[in-house]
Design a protein around this ligand. Structure first.
Ligand SMILES: NC(=O)c1ccc[n+]([C@@H]2O[C@H](COP(=O)([O-])OP(=O)(O)OC[C@H]3O[C@@H](n4cnc5c(N)ncnc54)[C@H](OP(=O)(O)O)[C@@H]3O)[C@@H](O)[C@H]2O)c1
Length: 240
């Protein structure tokens, strides 16, 4: 397997219909890979696959539903890399601990944590043994914020999952990207002033273009000697 480029390889991006997942799909295609994107909304998948053009296809998958995940992967041939960027805001909802509802808290894990695990479970039989899995966590794993302790716990769990799976699934490589603020569709409704205030003290005082963060995923797919790692791409935010 070439370490220089993804040419001729197949990359599956769950969450590829928008945001950083879409940027990863674009980057992989530019290197000559074939790309399959998955997300829960057929219209968004179709629109994204059209924008990506030749070499891209897509199918619907709801990672909250194991049958849907199983059907998505059963329809695929062998492939080389799984990238998981699917996410929702369920983990970030602030709630005082005194009002904690464990059932509702579990919702916070559904897409980003259990969804990632289900995707790995059903992808594994189709993944090339020399391929890779790249997950996505968030800076709250390293920089807790008042009011959202569960999100910090969930993101930390994702990073430890990566370390465990890197041993368990070797020689398949397992890594994660931990992004700082990115100007994806998710941040689109945020006022410019809020993003400016959030990022102005960073060494790189702006939010990332998703294509900049996508470079980390592309490296982790190509990086044939890298496993069990979390690559933080945050404009230096961790330093402030
Ligand atoms: N943007 C940031 O500043 C930032 C910073 C740190 C970490 N992150 C994390 O990075 C990840 C990607 O963020 P993003 O900004 O690129 O988000 P985004 O633009 O909202 O993309 C999220 C993707 O997940 C898919 N998705 C949501 N629920 C799904 C489900 N149940 N099953 C399958 N796919 C599902 C969405 O498509 P459908 O709606 O079609 O399902 C979409 O393709 C998220 O986990 C996010 O929390 C983001």
């Amino acid at each position: 397997m070439s370490v220089r480029t993804l040419r001729g390889q197949t990359v599956v991006v769950i969450g590829g219909s928008s945001g950083v997942g879409f940027a990863v799909a674009e980057g992989a295609l530019a290197e000559g890979a074939r790309v399959v994107i998955g997300s829960s909304n057929q219209a968004r998948i179709d629109a994204a696959a059209r924008r990506l053009g030749d070499g891209a296809s897509g199918a619907k998958v709801d990672v909250r539903d194991e049958a849907s995940v199983a059907a998505f992967f059963a329809a695929l041939e062998r492939f080389d890399h799984l990238v998981f960027t699917a996410g929702d805001q369920a983990a970030n909802v602030p709630a005082p601990l005194s009002e904690l509802d464990i059932g509702a808290a579990d919702e916070g894990l559904k897409v980003r944590f259990w969804g990632a695990l289900l995707a790995i479970k059903h992808a594994q039989p189709h993944l090339s043994a020399r391929g890779s899995i790249t997950l996505t966590d968030g800076l709250l794993a390293h920089m807790p914020r008042k009011g959202v302790p569960l999100a910090t716990a969930f993101m930390g769990a994702m990073e430890h999952l990566v370390r465990g799976l890197a041993l368990d699934l070797a020689p398949l490589r397992v890594n994660s990207v931990c992004p700082g603020p990115m100007l994806t569709e998710r941040l689109a409704p945020w006022p410019v002033e809020v993003i400016r205030q959030m990022t102005e003290r960073q060494p790189l005082p702006r939010a990332a273009d998703p294509a900049e963060v996508a470079q980390a995923y592309l490296y982790l797919m190509r990086g044939s000697y890298t496993t069990g790692q979390v690559l933080i791409v945050d404009g230096g935010r961790m330093l402030i």
